[in-house]
Design a protein around this ligand. Structure first.
Ligand code: SF4
Ligand code: SF4
Length: 191
């Protein structure tokens, strides 16, 4: 788990929300994405709070840290936990598997597309391991993302101009390293 490095926005707190304890992977506990942590009492909190793993201690979701996200993004309401990964170069919307279409509702879907249009960062939706890449004009279903899978996005020349495409590839696929190097050279994160 990684998170937004920004401080928590004043006047925002978790309250009774516990959604990150469900949607996120917790490596220290061997907890997969999309399943409640066995230490969580939904709507109440963590029963091992003083002894919770370090990754839980340091995590703050985008709702807490980004004042530009409106109140509609409170995870307990939206059923979506927004965060950054890959050193801040990927925006991920982790969706409650019990509400798998939450990201398709408005204003969330419109906002995800807007972020994809104004940012060079990847915008990704995860429902457990089911993964979608969000582009300004469409969503690409990448299927189930395994531990050894990576996402690459590439610009392809079509008769209608340049079009971004996204693929799921094995971590050893040369496109992962090649694209990362190209990206680093021109300062645009991919992979
Ligand atoms: S998802 Fe965000 S608001 Fe909800 S419990 Fe986790 S950190 Fe707090
Ligand atoms: S250990 Fe506690 S804080 Fe961490 S995921 Fe489990 S319930 Fe949440």
């Amino acid at each position: 788990m990684t998170n937004d490095a920004n401080p928590v926005t004043p006047a925002r707190s978790c309250g009774t929300c516990t959604l990150c304890c469900k949607v996120l992977e917790i490596a220290e506990l061997g907890k997969p994405k999309g399943a409640w942590c066995k230490n969580c009492r939904p709507g109440s909190g963590c029963i091992i709070y003083p002894d919770r793993p370090q990754e839980c201690r340091t995590f703050h979701c985008g709702y807490l840290t980004n004042p530009d996200l409106g109140e509609e993004w409170r995870p307990s309401h939206s059923k979506i936990v927004v965060m950054r990964e890959r050193e801040g170069h990927r925006i991920i919307a982790h969706v409650d598997p019990q509400r798998p279409d939450a990201w398709k509702r408005q204003p969330y879907h419109m906002e995800l597309r807007r972020w994809a249009s104004i940012s060079t960062d990847q915008v990704v939706v995860c429902i457990g391991r089911r993964t979608y890449m969000i582009f300004p004009d469409r969503d690409v279903d990448l299927g189930i993302l395994g531990d050894d899978d990576r996402i690459v996005s590439v610009e392809q020349l079509t008769p209608l101009g340049v079009r971004l495409e996204a693929y799921k590839v094995h971590k050893d696929d040369p496109r992962v390293r090649g694209l990362a190097e190209q990206t680093a050279a021109r300062g645009r994160p991919i992979g």
